[in-house]
Design a protein. Structure first.
Length: 423
């Protein structure tokens, strides 16, 4: 009996660890991935409104025999592929929403979609590459579904809406997917995600352990003064002056208190609203801005000092001020053990010289919420034509990527899945 059990284990292991050669299948699927990407690019949909996008994704997964759940976090799609052998659960995530940006490119598949966003007429564009992420994961799902006999465990495909943030007054994105149980039933052991980058050459990948993208906090400061005639400032309390002092003071937190040799941090005031007339000192002012941090302790310190400074500066000038924070994303934090475990796979697929360590960026990603619950690995995929010195910036009308970068994304996500589950 023991001998029979040992033989079964050895045979199962040898089947599972067999190295698949998918080169031909990769080449054959590239055209399909590009076609999907172009369709999504030409038909973009805003956050929490990705109805047609979700329908196309679900139809593709169902055609592969993958168990599909729709309507997750409003418009999200989750596919479940169970391997023939028991094992861990891996999640692969792609974001599917577009931005309120009017495309300025001359691509034959450029977006002509126009809508109204927060009361303003605007175009809609995949100006951050989410169309490529969606197509890459659809291609990965197709390849993995063909070889479920080689999969030890389960693959969960997460097509996430509203990464750019849900509309005001709505829930959405990774937070809502987690709230609705996307990391459970079955419980996910590790999650992987990628982001195409228009400034990184095709064929290359960039990564970093620990904090790779920043926690993003939105803050609102309300300053209360005392209204008076502009010719008699001594008879009132000027909230505009107080606001200026607060802005100046907040920057000293970065320049004089934050240990920038450890990680970068940013405090930006992006909007100031106050007053109605040139000769009236108003009663109040409102400041709106963002804080970007890459270290949990530094984030805690900066928020504490911002609160203290806001209140005491206002008091020093005879006014009052309050500050409120809204968390938009946490730190996109790559699990060190997981990165060390899976980096050899990426190096094997892309070539060791094409996988480069990067410095953290102060952009934000709600993939970070998944990483707060399970170990995660998030990396950047090259989307810039090699030799090009002028990148097309993300979130702009001119954003553009080289589609030759998509196939590497499919290869890496596919091989990461096999290696993580089978080793």
């Amino acid at each position: 009996m023991k001998l029979r059990l040992l033989l079964y284990v050895l045979l199962s292991s040898s089947a599972c660890f067999a190295q698949l050669n998918l080169d031909q299948e990769y080449q054959e699927i590239e055209a399909k991935v590009i076609e999907w990407r172009r369709d999504f690019h030409q038909n973009p949909e805003l956050s929490n409104r990705e109805f047609n996008t979700a329908e196309k994704i679900a139809a593709h997964l169902e055609s592969l025999g993958i168990e599909v759940q729709t309507g997750v976090a409003k418009t999200g799609v989750v596919g479940l592929l169970k391997g023939d052998l028991p094992g861990k659960v891996i999640a692969l995530r792609a974001d599917i929403d577009a931005l309120p940006v009017t495309e300025r490119n001359d691509l034959p598949f450029k977006s002509e979609v126009v809508t109204e966003f927060l009361g303003t007429k605007t175009g809609v564009m995949h100006a951050c590459g989410h169309d490529t992420h969606t197509a890459i994961l659809m291609g990965t799902a197709e390849l993995l579904s063909r070889h479920k006999d080689q999969i030890r465990g389960t693959v969960k495909f997460i097509f996430q809406p509203a990464e750019e943030g849900p509309p005001p007054g709505e829930e959405g994105g990774a937070k809502l997917m987690i709230k609705e149980g996307v990391l459970d039933n079955p419980k996910v052991d590790a999650i992987f995600g990628l982001h195409i980058n228009s400034g990184t050459p095709v064929g290359t990948i960039k990564y970093k352990t620990e904090g790779i993208m920043a926690a993003v906090e939105r803050f609102v400061i309300n300053v209360k003064g005392k209204q008076t005639h502009g010719s008699q400032p001594w008879s009132g309390v000027d909230p505009i002056l107080i606001s200026a002092k607060i802005i100046d003071g907040l920057q000293t937190i970065i320049s004089r208190e934050a240990r920038l040799i450890d990680e970068a941090a940013v405090i930006t005031v992006g909007k100031i609203t106050s007053g109605v007339r040139f000769n009236i000192i108003p009663e109040s002012a409102e400041l709106i801005g963002t804080v970007r941090t890459l270290d949990p302790k530094m984030k805690e310190m900066i928020i504490r000092r911002m609160t203290e400074m806001t209140e005491t500066i206002a008091e020093a000038y005879g006014g009052e001020a309050t500050i409120e924070f809204q968390n938009n994303t946490s730190i996109t934090y790559n699990d060190v053990a997981l990165v060390n475990q899976m980096l050899p796979t990426i190096q094997r697929v892309a070539g060791e010289d094409n996988v480069n360590l990067m410095k953290a960026t102060t952009g934000g990603e709600d993939f970070s919420y998944f990483q707060e619950i399970v170990p995660g690995f998030y990396f950047f995929l090259g989307g810039m034509t090699p030799g090009n010195t002028n990148a097309f910036p993300h979130h702009t009308p001119d954003f553009k990527i080289d589609e030759r970068g998509l196939l590497l994304g499919v290869k890496v996500m596919t091989e990461l899945t096999f290696d993580y589950l089978n080793h």
